[in-house]
Each structure stands twice: as C-alpha cells, then as structure tokens.
Design a protein around this ligand. Structure first.
Ligand code: ZN
Length: 273
C-alpha cells in the first residue's frame, strides 16, 4: 500500500518515476540480489517525502480558484468573520492604535452582564431588580487607521469600528472635545490594561481622513447604512421573554399576567391545547 502511494507521487511529478517503478517491480520479482539498487531507492523516497509540502501549497491555490459559494464567503484559516456589520475596536497593550471619532454625538446604552448571556441591554425592569443598577456605556462610530505598532499610518486604508467607553473614559474624551473638537482630530490610543480595556487618549493632529474626499464619502455612506447596528457588537437586545428566561423567572411572569407582547399572548393561548 505504502509503495503504491510512492509510485503515484512519482508518476505525477518526476520523469524518473518510471525508472523507480521499474526498479521497484524488479525488486518484487527478485528481492534478494538487488542490494546495489537500494541507495537509489532511498534517494527517491527522500524526494517523495518532501513532496507533500509543495502539494499543500498548491492545494491552497486550488481552493482559492474555486471562488465564492452562494450565501457564503471563502476565507483563510486565520480570518475571522464578525457576526455584525461593524465590530467593536479592541486595544492591545503592545500596539498603539490611531483612531478618529466620526460623530460628535454618542449613543448611550445601559447594560447588564449575565453568565451564559453576556452583555445585554437593560430593559429597566426585572433585570435591574435582580442584577442591580446597569452600567452605562457610551458608543461612538469611529474609524481605525492602518498603522504600525507605534500608531503611525502605513497606508490610506481605514476600518469602520465601534468604540465603547465607560463614564471615566468619557471624561477623557470630553476634555479633548472641549479643547479641540472631538471629530476634528485623530486620537492615539494607548492601552494600559487589555483585560479591562483601560486606555489613554492623546490628540495626534488634525483628522487625516477628513482631508480625503473619497474616505469622507465612504465613512458617511457606511454609517448611513449601518448606524442602526451600532449597539449589536456591545450588547445583545433580548426579547422580554428571553430576558425572563435568562433571569430564571419565566414562569413567575406568566402568573402575574405580565402579558406585554404578542409572543406572550400567543404562548398562554396555545398552552391549554
Ligand atoms: Zn436593567
């Protein structure tokens, strides 16, 4: 079996393949006296063994040529696809990021956190009763420049991202806003703590992207389409039913006649049947 595979590789890639085949066949017929052939065969095997590396490389190209699958997207093994049209920016401590905030207005959102659910938008109801007061996050549409690790732009490309900050960090940005006008500058972000995303913000000159009409247009068009998704990468929006389930009080709500949406009405109607 093993030998057969060797032959296939040889047939495919080497002119000498035939030669090897012959010698291997001879070997089968007269295994004993062919000792002198052996070094040659060993040599071939070494080449065959190296071959898979090349095959792997060409396999990549091969799949690249297949193009896109309807409804899907062909991506490399290292690539990640976000569920959301826009992703939250994450800062790392060994990499300075250069960003620009594209809207002077921010979206304020109150959130809670629950294991198994993650961050979700406060509904001002049982969630606060059971989990305490929500956290306030401020969310901004931003662009992130393509930079080196010192935060210097290395190309003109920009990525649309969402910046989510706490009240403390809001104070830092407010100081920049009062002094410079938040959207007219680029901001260098230095991350001191990756886990808690503790960051410092430094003004880094005028907003570079605003000097390029094409980028301005693309930023405007992107956010015109996607502003409605800006909370999605920060916190989930649960239905009321899902919230009560997550809090473990789904049944109680039904008893109390907490029928506040059609989903609940439908459930209580259909359950006796
Ligand atoms: Zn709440």
């Amino acid at each position: 079996m093993q030998e057969k595979n060797d032959f296939e590789f040889d047939d495919f890639d080497f002119d000498q393949g035939l030669e090897l085949k012959e010698s291997e066949e001879e070997k089968k017929v007269q295994p004993k006296p062919k000792a002198q052939e052996k070094p040659k065969v060993e040599e071939k095997k070494a080449e065959v063994f190296e071959e898979p590396k090349k095959v792997e490389g060409s396999e990549d190209d091969f799949f690249g040529d297949l193009g896109e699958v309807p409804g899907g997207q062909t991506v490399g093994m290292e690539e990640k696809i976000s569920r959301f049209p826009v992703e939250r920016i994450k800062f790392t401590s060994n990499y300075k990021s250069l960003i620009s905030i594209v809207s002077p207005k921010k979206v304020a959102v109150k959130t809670h956190y629950l294991d198994g659910v993650g961050s979700f938008v406060c509904q001002g109801s049982e969630c606060c009763e059971m989990l305490g007061m929500p956290k306030v996050r401020y969310i901004f549409p931003i662009i992130e420049y393509d930079t080196n690790r010192e935060g210097k732009p290395v190309s003109k490309s920009v990525q649309h991202k969402v910046l989510s900050i706490s009240e403390d960090q809001n104070q830092d940005l407010l100081a920049i806003h009062r002094k410079e006008g938040l959207t007219s500058v680029d901001i260098l972000v230095i991350c001191k703590d990756e886990q808690f995303q503790k960051t410092s913000y430094f003004v880094d000159g005028e907003a570079r992207w605003k000097k390029d009409a094409k980028i301005r247009q693309s930023v405007y068009e992107f956010w015109k389409q996607n502003f409605k998704f800006i909370i999605a990468p920060i916190a989930r929006q649960l239905t009321r039913k899902r919230l009560l389930e997550a809090l473990g009080i789904g049944a109680k709500a039904d008893q109390q006649g907490g029928v506040e949406n059609f989903e609940d009405v439908f459930e209580s109607d259909s359950s006796p049947m």
